[in-house]
Design a protein around this ligand. Sequence first.
Ligand code: PEP
Ligand code: MN
Length: 356
Amino acid sequence: MIIMKTNATSEQVAKIVEEVRRYGLRADVSKGRYRTIIGLVGDEHKIPFDNLSVLPGVKEAAMVEVPYKLISKEYSRFAEEGTEHTIVKVKDIEIGGDKPVFIAGPCAVESHQQLLRIAQDASEAGAHILRGGVFKPRSSVHSFQGLGALGEKEARDALAWLREAGERFNLATVTEVRGESQVELAAEYADILQIGSRNMYNQDLLAKAARTGKPILFKRHFGASIEEFLSFAEYIAAEGNKDIILCERGVLPTGKGKNYIRYTLDLAAVPVLQKETYLPVIVDPSHAAGRRDLIFNMSCAAIAVGASGLMIEMHYNPTEAIVDAKQAVTPDELKQIIYTCKEIDKLIKSASYGKD
Ligand code: PEP
Ligand code: MN
């Protein structure tokens, strides 16, 4: 990382960028309010930091050991400005802003009628963003893989329904991309691209999705450490896309816990991530719990630990859902969750303790 002096000229910055490139690395230039910071992308061991540190305009040049320096609170320009975290803006929605954001919708897009009805329910319950999977990651090849698996026409139709439902009910939209071949297609229709937990380690998919410039909803793998989660989010940032929303969705349960819950929601990860990175962090209680009767409690808890939003699976008739029927809440339950979470959020934000 290279920190420029406050009065460094743009020519001096350009010279450093050129030097960095000469060593085969990429330079990520962040112009802060007070000074410019140049993050290096690539093998920093190739860089003679001592030589760079004496070039005109350079205040400090040093190797950063954390593997996620581009999104790190400590090393990013945002730390300098004292910003708690960045806001990912989607339409007029601010993820990471003053108020929690609620994403709701079916696990999978099943039909035009199903999606429109759920979108209306989600909007009436107070949600801001509509979710719906067109390309579903499934544990069994014999299960429904999403309408996208039926062919390009079916994928386009389902994505177009998502867009239509979003437009009609004033909701932004998010859908998962499971493979590189789906990225461009999904980006044509959805406002946010989701990278699912099973793909957290898929560097090529991360890079391709990042290059669309769309915000990325990035889910933690159920076996990943926090450092790994952030290290892979860094692959998105390294493509120049800083609109990343981190999503905690549960880790593998140990012992007898797995008889009762699908995953263990790692709520401590929320404040820990917020201390490490400026990116907004949301929680998906649905895939973690795997049970409708736990979603209310887990949602409240997630907002209480400071999550910037929630992603919840909802269906007007959960038993009818083709995928993840057991964890979908009803529209009325969603409404109660959103109401209560907003109250909890206000209470938590008014407290002065626990902020550092
Ligand atoms: C999903 O959100 O649709 C999903 C499959 O979740 P996860 O990747 O967390 O399992
Ligand atoms: Mn699901």
